[in-house]
Design a protein around this ligand. Structure first.
Ligand SMILES: Nc1nc2c(ncn2[C@@H]2O[C@H](COP(=O)(O)OP(=O)(O)OP(=O)(O)O)[C@@H](O)[C@H]2O)c(=O)[nH]1
Ligand SMILES: [Mg+2]
Length: 210
């Protein structure tokens, strides 16, 4: 009888604890790496709704976007996340690139200005995060300054990091190259667009924050 009461009390307590735990999870990475596509995938998986706009033109996300209380289940456990989609971080923004992508000059200049502000905000927000997923494009060279800067910053702040190699559906994708560039981390290959290996990503998330 006593053990049943104990079990009941334990269950109530663990439920309270579970509800209380909100992990602020940031998505960081280069422009166009697929952060918003991943944010939408996660929101679709657990809330059945999208989070933000996706575009093949870089710097689509220029303001921090937050979706609160996404309850994710993995391995028989449940954790509540506040998901933060951030503007892509770049070392250089050239409005002429936006003109080449088809924007009018005025629009291109405005986008460049907003993108610059967005990068500053993204960096400022780093301190707010409990954990960060660095979303890398697995078809691109991993030794880019931006990746190293983001990961170095997170290490210095002792914020847990999960590295995700996105776009594994593309021929040029190489998780091996990413893994070689970041040997101290396990790199998880996914396709945010098609939902490939999302279960591995959720497992990785739980390992990181538990
Ligand atoms: N093939 C493929 N394309 C993807 C994948 N994920 C994203 N994309 C494409 O990559 C482009 C950029 O995606 P976004 O999700 O807007 O990228 P982002 O990192 O949020 O970009 P910014 O907001 O500019 O920083 C879009 O054309 C997406 O459709 C993927 O897994 N596979
Ligand atoms: Mg985006």
């Amino acid at each position: 009888m006593l053990s049943i009461v104990k079990k009941f009390i334990n269950k109530v307590f663990s439920n309270i604890f579970r509800i209380k735990k909100h992990v602020k999870l940031g998505l960081y990475g280069n422009p166009n790496s697929g952060k918003t596509t991943l944010a939408n995938r996660i929101c679709q998986d657990w809330l059945g709704q999208d989070m933000g706009d996706v575009s093949n033109i870089a710097h689509e996300t220029r303001e921090i976007q937050i979706k609160e209380q996404i309850n994710i289940k993995s391995g028989g456990k449940e954790i509540s996340f506040n998901l933060v989609d951030t503007p892509g971080i770049a070392t250089r923004i050239d409005y002429e690139e936006f003109i080449k992508a088809g924007l009018e000059e005025k629009e291109a200049k405005e986008r460049a200005k907003e993108a610059t502000k967005g990068i500053i905000d993204a960096i400022k927000w780093l301190d707010e995060m409990d954990a960060v997923v660095v979303v890398l494009d697995s078809t691109k060279d991993p030794y880019s300054q931006v990746n190293i800067t983001i990961i170095g910053n997170l290490e210095a702040r002792k914020i847990p990091v999960l590295i995700v190699g996105n776009k594994v559906d593309l021929k040029k994708a190489s998780i091996k190259k990413l893994q070689a560039a970041f040997p101290q981390y396990e790199v998880i290959g996914i396709s945010a667009k098609y939902g490939t290996d999302m279960d591995k990503l959720y497992e990785g998330l739980f390992k990181m924050v538990e």
